[in-house]
Design a binder for this molecule. Structure first.
Ligand SMILES: *[C@@H]1O[C@H](CO)[C@@H](O)[C@H](O)[C@H]1NC(C)=O
Length: 306
């Protein structure tokens, strides 16, 4: 996996250590993984990447001294688990339930029952992500119970275990899901390899901030991007639905984040960076620039007009 090569055991990233064959393979893998993901989107993809949940997970990760990659992994696991779990629950409705008028009672019931479990499910995603991480300490059940208690949530180790198993089963034991930070870091490694003059470490630090900004302002940023790309202030429902292939595109997010960070670091010279990123990924310079413009506008809080 990419991160094996990108991180040293001391937590700090070591760029320019991977050979070019290996890098090419990693990049091809990421690209395929991204394409698979985009070909298998559900209607609700992205719906559980609510900014408050993202903030909550990233803060918990920080508090528990987990690395950033683990935090983002937990966000992705939660998203997938929720879509699968709620679809399964709703599919268990009997034909009579569905035919009932109004059929909403059942749906409310499903959500009401799930509400109690939700905080623990979020925590389980983080705990599972920590177990997948090569660089963070695993959250063991003592730490978990203590931490949850400290935030006013008392659970037994047994309940914790059950929640973790439920999430694991819901995910069909697939924990190796695309992670936006892996995309950013791999693209940076390739970029640093192709452009020896670039200060990759500096760019990387800034990219982490930019990715966090984009994640925490996701809705607003992608709404503006939709307006920019459709040139339409009130995009139709169909345009919105189609746009999920943009909001869920990790490669675009990766190059977009690097482009924004390059603009902040290099000013005018960033156009060369955009060209290079376009060359590496095949994503058009126009798409990268649009993403970067919109994000920069949000950073400086300017409204975006089509
Ligand atoms: C708690 O963790 C310990 C060691 O990691 C393990 O032996 C034990 O079975 C766990 N308890 C539960 C209820 O999961």
């Amino acid at each position: 996996m990419a991160r094996n090569f990108l991180r040293s055991s001391s937590q700090s990233l070591k760029f320019r250590k991977a050979c070019s064959d290996l890098l090419a393979d990693i990049l091809i893998n990421l690209n395929n993984e991204n394409k698979d993901h985009l070909n298998n989107l559900s209607e609700c993809s992205g719906n559980f990447k609510d900014e408050r949940i993202i903030e909550y997970i990233l803060l918990m990760a920080k508090e528990l001294a987990l690395d950033l990659l683990t935090g983002y992994q937990a966000i992705e696991l939660l998203q997938r688990f929720m879509v699968k779990h709620l679809s399964d629950l709703l599919a268990m409705q009997t034909p009579q339930d569905v035919a009932a008028d109004p059929p909403l009672g059942q749906v409310d019931d499903v959500f009401e029952k799930f509400k109690e479990k939700f905080p623990l499910v979020i925590f389980s995603c983080l705990q599972l992500a920590s177990k997948m991480s090569l660089h963070s300490e695993i959250i063991n059940n003592d730490t978990a119970v203590q931490f949850l208690h400290s935030v006013g949530f008392s659970v037994s180790k047994q309940t914790l275990l059950e929640s973790e198993l439920m999430v694991l089963k819901g995910l069909e034991f697939r924990l190796n899901v695309p992670n936006p930070l892996t995309y950013v870091e791999t693209l940076l490694e390739v970029f640093g390899h192709n452009e020896p003059s670039i200060a990759v470490d500096r760019l990387h630090r800034l990219c982490c901030h930019v990715l966090q900004f984009v994640s925490l302002q996701r809705t607003a940023i992608y709404d503006s991007l939709l307006v920019t790309t459709t040139q339409c202030v009130n995009p139709s429902r169909e345009q919105r639905e189609k746009f999920v292939t943009v909001t869920e595109d990790y490669m675009l997010l990766g190059v977009g984040v690097i482009a924004v960070a390059s603009f902040i670091l290099y000013g005018r010279k960033w156009e060369q960076v955009v060209e290079e990123l376009s060359h590496i990924t095949g994503i058009s310079s126009r798409s990268i620039t649009d993403f970067a413009h919109v994000t920069l506008n949000h950073i400086v809080r300017k409204p975006v007009l089509p």
